[in-house]
Ligand binder design. Structure first.
Ligand code: FES
Length: 159
């Protein structure tokens, strides 16, 4: 499996999972979920491996990965910061919150910080509009976030 530029142990684990499936093509979503669990994200070589293993075009795999926002092709930081950009949060200044996270961590949306600790993502409405603007870090919800709070939120996860 040396032709793939990814961790061979992890690739082996994924191969075992795929080999254990009766129907491969119809299980593409499940395979991608498993692959993302194993690798933390879906790099190009993992997608190619899945395409060859399941005998489906790489373009189809790529299409599914890019269609579902759950799947990511970027390595994820230890902590994932999700900023809600739904209407209620947007109206209450979510853009400024996002800009402050980007400024303090010196990364773009979707990217991982150099220390590997953080990734910033945005979401549509997370169903907590009464708390707008809303930020979620690893599933923990922060409501009515102000620009001044951003530094303290980051500090909580730097400890
Ligand atoms: S718009 Fe952000 S929680 Fe609804």
């Amino acid at each position: 499996m040396a032709e793939y530029n990814v961790d061979s142990e992890k690739l082996k684990k994924l191969e075992e999972y795929i080999d254990g499936l009766e129907e491969k093509e119809g299980a593409l979503i499940n395979i991608l979920h498993e692959a993302q669990d194993i690798f933390g994200y879906l790099p190009k070589d993992v997608q190619l491996f899945i395409a060859r293993k399941c005998d489906i075009p790489a373009s189809k795999v790529f299409g599914v990965v890019t269609f579902y926002s759950y799947f990511t092709m970027e390595p994820q930081g230890k902590h994932v910061i999700n900023i809600c950009m739904g209407t209620a949060c947007f109206v209450k200044g979510a853009e400024k919150i996002l800009a402050e996270f980007k400024r303090l961590l010196d990364i773009k949306e979707g990217n991982m910080s150099k220390d590997g600790l953080f990734t910033i993502n945005t979401l549509r409405c997370v169903g907590a509009c009464g708390l707008a603007p809303v930020v979620m870090v690893d599933g923990k919800v922060y409501g009515r976030v102000k620009v001044e709070d951003v530094e303290n939120i980051i500090k909580e996860y730097r400890k």
